[in-house]
Design a protein around this ligand. Structure first.
Ligand SMILES: Cc1cc2nc3c(=O)[nH]c(=O)nc-3n(C[C@H](O)[C@H](O)[C@H](O)COP(=O)(O)O)c2cc1C
Length: 325
């Protein structure tokens, strides 16, 4: 898939996810076959105030490129100014505009999904970003309940200068429940000339193939299913290429991923007790007999104890991988 002047090696994309898609996790997804990874959303107003916690979300390294940084905001000027600060700092290959977050606290400031109600603001934001940056700008939208309105919004995004569009086939009101509307996604794909990336509910090899074939989209964006399971990218790309399922991995291999996450977090100064503890719970969820392990992790009082528990898991032969990821 090509996005503007950017040539991607494949068409599997890691969805932007707050508190999930930090640099160490993106590197694991990249290693297992994601062709493009997005940062979690970065609040543009916080960036122009030079808020370190927000700016650091763009932290990157050469191994993960190409990287897309996702911006959240409602004011075109603020978004363009924040993009320039982030571009100067991290030189991402592209920027993405969040037109999908359904969180009330975000929507009440006119950001995320609230933008679906103000196409003029979408136009301003994308036009200004495209005019200020020399890298492609993409957008990620949800659908509305109305097909014509959704198609109009998609056309507005394209004609404002976006180089690709990811579509989460759920309305803001659905939040994360229900199914992704593949019919809407398919119609958007037919309507636009820029690459369209389908998103929502892709959680295994078969759904990936079905969504790609049914919608005719250029790429697939995967979110929740890879949380704690970056290897799913390898499984899906293998299935799409060869038409066969990879065998189940061992639980030890999942633990290796977790230890790698730990080392990468340490390397980039992002290793914290609370983050690693949470990620441990996510990574071990596919194992059998993991109840005691999860409790042990939960009760661990400091970072070194959590790491010790994870290292011991490598030796524990009673733990078996139950689900593929
Ligand atoms: C924990 C979490 C955080 C998310 N954060 C973002 C975000 O920062 N920006 C965004 O555009 N979407 C965000 N999303 C939505 C996902 O990118 C994706 O659109 C959604 O989860 C549907 O895809 P999935 O069914 O593969 O999970 C988030 C979703 C989850 C579960």
């Amino acid at each position: 898939m090509n996005i503007g002047k950017l040539r991607l090696k494949g068409n599997l994309v890691l969805a932007p996810m707050a508190d999930v898609t930090n640099l160490p996790f993106r590197l694991l997804c990249k290693k297992y076959g994601a062709s493009l990874v997005y940062s979690e959303m970065i609040a543009s107003d916080a960036v122009i105030r030079h808020n370190r916690k927000s700016i650091i979300r763009g932290l990157t390294c050469n191994d993960e490129r190409p990287l897309g940084l996702q911006l959240l905001g409602s004011c075109a000027q603020v978004m363009a100014d924040s993009a320039l600060i982030l571009h100067e700092t991290y030189k991402p290959e592209l920027f993405d505009v969040n037109i999908g977050c359904p969180d009330y606290k975000i929507m009440k400031h006119g950001c995320g999904s609230a933008l679906l109600r103000t196409p003029a603001a979408i136009r301003d934001i994308i036009t200004q970003l495209c005019g200020s940056l020399d890298v492609p700008v993409t957008a990620k939208m949800r659908i509305t309940g109305n097909l014509d309105e959704t198609l109009k919004l998609a056309r507005c995004i394209e004609s404002s200068g976006a180089s690709a569009l990811s579509v989460h086939g759920k309305t803001p009101g659905q939040k994360y429940a229900g199914t992704s509307n593949l019919e809407f996604i398919k119609k958007i794909k037919r309507e636009l000339s820029i690459p369209v990336i389908a998103n929502g509910g892709i959680n295994n090899e078969e759904t990936a193939k079905h969504v790609l074939e049914y919608t005719g989209c250029d790429g697939l964006m995967i979110g929740r299913a890879v949380i704690g399971a970056p290897f799913l990218f390898r499984r899906i790309s293998h299935y799409l290429d060869k038409g066969e399922l990879l065998p189940l991995r061992t639980f030890g291999e999942t633990v290796d991923d977790l230890l790698e996450y730990c080392e990468l977090s340490r390397k980039f100064g992002l290793l914290t007790y609370s983050d690693f503890k949470l990620k441990c719970q996510w990574f071990v969820r596919g194992g059998e007999n993991v109840r005691t392990v999860r409790k042990k992790i939960n009760d661990a009082k400091d970072l070194e104890s959590v790491i010790g528990i994870v290292r011991d898991l490598k030796e524990d032969t009673s733990l078996i991988q139950k689900t593929p990821f």
